[in-house]
Design a protein around this ligand. Structure first.
Ligand code: SF4
Length: 383
């Protein structure tokens, strides 16, 4: 029986040359390459792998994942979370395997830590971009989202799916840790509409514990905003890790310095994977963090994962007159008042986002039941 690594190594293509280059031969090594798909910018010797384990050097060329999915699911777009992009829409989410970080509290560890943690096993299913997009359309999705693993490290595959998605009139999105590079953002720019960055902390020492550095993430946030890609930022609030007033103040002041119009979601932690010691985040912790974000000048601050327990901090309010424009309970839209131009109906202030002309209603019957099970999953699992 082949190992997971052998199965995955069969599902690769040569990486796009925008995302890697040969390193000139030195006295000690030949055929080395450098990968630019994420902020690690790994130099990779022949026969070796990058930090993510899924991109590897064979014969002086970089090979990258392609042609499979490890998970496919339709979710409300609010679950990603995007609150300022087509509210109520269905987001067709797909993921591969692997990550460039190793967060001990990862909620997608079964897919993200594959090839690193022997207990992380999620069988890859062969797939092609056309079938995924057909399936997304059949499900009634408006947006196709690369998520579950870190999408930056599988950007060639995401770009291939997004090309087809755009041709079919769908929007495209990344749910990402934001550990990008100028090269990968330039590569993605023609194909991507929405981008969620997880800003996990504002302390480089914390990022190093997770296997990264803070600077590439901050650069990615600045670059995405500068490129005009719709950006929302999320911070999972972990008691004792990233929830001090000082850290939250610095973090939200940074986001506000890029733009006060970037929505900031502060979401509740629950114990998962190897992080089992901090207590779960309480509603009052989220509200405290949200107040710090507002004091920093952010206009759109949301509390997530504790529906109905955060005093209106799931709703979108007009920054100018305070009118409640979108009322939410968890992922559920309870009321929608934006005009067709995406403005407040009372004072006409424009609200930033990628709004539909009108609210089409949610196609879910209750949070959350998709219309029907993914056709693709049915085909792939022969059920
Ligand atoms: S994606 Fe990141 S971790 Fe993986 S090989 Fe490239 S630079 Fe290294």
């Amino acid at each position: 029986m082949p190992t997971l690594r052998e199965v995955l190594d069969d599902r690769v293509i040569e990486g796009d040359r925008a995302l890697w280059e040969p390193i000139p031969d030195g006295a000690s090594a030949r055929n080395r390459v450098r990968c630019y798909a994420c902020g690690h910018c790994c130099p990779i010797a022949e026969g070796q792998r990058g930090v993510c384990k899924v991109r590897f050097n064979q014969g002086g060329k970089l090979y990258v994942p392609f042609g499979y999915v490890a998970g496919v699911q339709c979710d409300p777009i609010e679950k990603k979370p995007f609150f300022h992009a087509s509210p109520g829409a269905l987001a067709y989410s797909f993921g591969m395997l692997g990550c460039d970080l190793h967060c001990s509290y990862c909620q997608n560890w079964v897919t993200s830590q594959a090839l690193r943690d022997p207990e992380a096993v999620s069988p890859p299913m062969p797939a092609d971009p056309e079938s995924l997009v057909k399936d997304a359309l059949a499900q009634g999705a408006k947006v196709v989202v690369s998520t579950y693993n870190e999408p930056l490290i599988t950007s060639e595959w995401a770009a291939a799916v997004f090309r087809k998605a755009r041709e079919a009139g769908l929007q495209t999105a990344y749910v990402s840790n934001g550990n990008g590079t100028p090269q990968v953002l330039k590569y993605l720019q023609p194909w991507i509409d929405l981008y969620k960055v997880d800003l996990k902390s504002f302390d480089d020492r914390h990022y190093r514990q997770l296997g990264g550095r803070i600077e590439p993430i901050l650069d990615t946030i600045r670059a995405l905003h500068g490129m005009g890609i719709w950006l929302e930022v999320v911070t999972l609030l972990i008691p004792g890790f990233n929830d001090s007033d000082d850290e939250l103040r610095s973090l939200t002041e940074f986001v506000a310095s890029v733009s006060v119009d970037i929505p900031w979601h502060v979401t509740a932690f629950h114990q998962d994977y190897k992080m089992t010691s901090p207590a779960d985040t309480r509603p009052q912790d989220l509200v405290r963090a949200a107040m710090i974000g507002r004091a920093a000048g952010l206009r759109y601050v949301y509390c997530g994962n504790l529906p109905g327990r955060v005093r209106g901090l799931e709703d979108t309010h007009c920054y100018q007159c305070g009118e409640t424009l979108i009322r939410r309970l968890g992922y559920w839209i309870e009321d929608y008042k934006l005009t067709s131009e995406g403005a407040c109906p009372v004072c006409r202030a424009a609200i930033p986002g990628r709004w539909s002309r009108e609210f089409d209603g949610q196609i879910t019957a209750a949070p959350f039941l998709p219309r029907s099970r993914s056709r693709l999953v049915r085909i792939l699992t022969s059920e």
